[in-house]
Write a protein of this length. Structure first.
Length: 72
């Protein structure tokens, strides 16, 4: 352990361009309202990127935080 307390490696989000909207955050689809309607992308929630954590990093963070850094 370090002198100033334990250090944790916080998981980093992995980002990827959304395949559904191509990173725009919106798509054009045909609906009952008419052809070529602009709608918000439901896959990336109109952000244009898919953000996720790597499960292994999250598991390691939880283990380090709750089990390795207990105050004795």
């Amino acid at each position: 352990m370090a002198e100033n307390g334990p250090t944790l490696s916080i998981p980093v989000k992995q980002t990827k361009i959304c395949d559904n909207c191509g990173g725009n955050g919106y798509i054009r689809i045909d609906t009952v309202d008419g052809p070529n309607q602009v709608k918000q992308c439901w896959v990336c929630e109109s952000e244009g990127e898919l953000k996720k954590y790597v499960q292994k990093d999250v598991d390691n963070f939880i283990y380090e935080f709750y089990f390795n850094n207990r105050v004795q």
